[in-house]
Design a protein around this ligand. Structure first.
Ligand code: 6CS
Length: 346
């Protein structure tokens, strides 16, 4: 189904009568925005707000068509479609994008960001960090627009996981970026990469024993229905990025480019509050839907064991992502420290 949708979109770009076709490239009336998450998700809310801002401000001159997950394909296929010009905007999460851009996996490293969501919001908005990301994205035909957190990543598993030994023999589903395999392998799990759409059935069929995602995603994908333990390890938030096709973006009129930049800049703050609300409310929903689900949080001491083990993963990152990756990791560390220090200043 995904392949057919992709081919249809590409065909649409190649024929001149289509909105996304050659004539429209300089000033298209339709901006297609592809998501890695379904209707009702954080990414969907982001795209709806983006659509509203653009359509209102252009008084309908531009229409934004939102494609929730499932309509155009997996995350990898969405990225391909963006690169081909079949969609103009997309979400691109490092958890999948790391295969194409190894350096972006810095956002998958555990303990790389702050424990404070406010600090992380500022770090992701830092001009130095954003420029470094855009330089990497430019090489792959993408224009970086924004990065935001969708909330802390939470484990749902068949059995309790509190220490490294608990991961032994556990088939843990991760997104498809290689660093995630290294991370969960370092913890002793058998890491299994799968597209998002396959996780529920893999859990149901006992092909995997657990997965990791923010609370809102766990609830809307019903992962809590097919696992018995939900654990907050607080190792890393889920980071995603908003991207545009580079050629498309550069060919926009200055006014339209500015409109897109303004909308995404405004959304940085809005989506921060949205994800907090979604994650809070959906946790309540999970409690109602599964009163027997065990909900746990790792203690500081328990987290320290994972922190210690994750040091080897940072070394694996440097190998996977090379010199530029190591530079980005160092930049991120510096910006996190600076921002934490600024926040704690009296
Ligand atoms: O786990 C995944 O694959 C997905 N999780 C979220 C929260 N968003 C998109 C991503 O593909």
């Amino acid at each position: 189904m995904f392949r057919i949708a992709t081919l249809a979109l590409i065909a649409c770009v190649l024929i001149s009568g289509c909105d996304a076709g050659r004539d429209a490239a300089a000033s298209p009336r339709e901006w297609r925005f592809a998501l890695e998450e379904p209707v009702g998700s954080v990414q969907h809310e982001y795209a709806l707000r983006f659509k509203q801002k653009i359509e209102e401000r252009t008084e309908g001159r531009i229409t934004v068509t939102v494609y929730p997950y499932g309509e155009l394909g997996t995350s990898d296929q969405i990225t391909e479609q963006l690169q081909l010009g079949a969609v103009q905007f997309a979400m691109a999460s490092p958890g999948h994008l790391g295969k194409l851009i190894p350096e972006i996996q810095v956002f998958l490293l555990h303990f790389a960001l702050s424990e404070s969501e406010d600090v992380n919001r500022e770090v992701l908005g830092d001009a130095r960090v954003q420029e470094a990301i855009d330089e990497l994205y430019a090489e792959k035909g993408m224009r970086f627009l924004s990065a935001f957190s969708e909330g802390w990543q939470v484990w749902t598993t068949r059995k309790p996981i509190r220490e490294l030994a608990d991961f032994e023999g556990v088939k843990m589903r991760v997104m498809t970026s290689p660093l995630l395999l290294a991370a969960y392998a370092a913890y002793g799990a058998s890491a299994t990469p799968l597209p998002y759409s396959e996780v529920y059935s893999a859990l149901q069929l006992n092909m995997i024993d657990g997965q990791v995602n923010p609370i809102f995603a766990i609830q809307e994908m019903s992962f809590h229905e097919v696992t018995d333990w939900l654990t907050f390890p607080n190792l890393a938030p889920f980071i995603t990025t908003v991207v545009a096709g580079r050629e498309f973006f550069e060919r926009l009129s200055p006014t339209d480019r500015q409109l897109a930049l303004e909308a995404t800049a405004e959304l940085d703050d809005e989506i921060f509050r949205v994800q907090q609300r979604f994650n809070r409310d959906r946790l309540e929903l999970i409690r109602e839907q599964r009163p027997d689900l065990h909900i746990e949080t790792l203690s500081g001491k328990e987290r320290d064991a994972f922190r210690e083990r994750s040091r080897s993963v940072a070394a694996a990152f440097d190998e996977l992502a090379g010199k530029r990756g190591a530079t980005l990791r160092q930049l991120l560390k510096t910006v996190v420290h600076e921002t934490e220090a600024a926040v704690h200043e009296p």
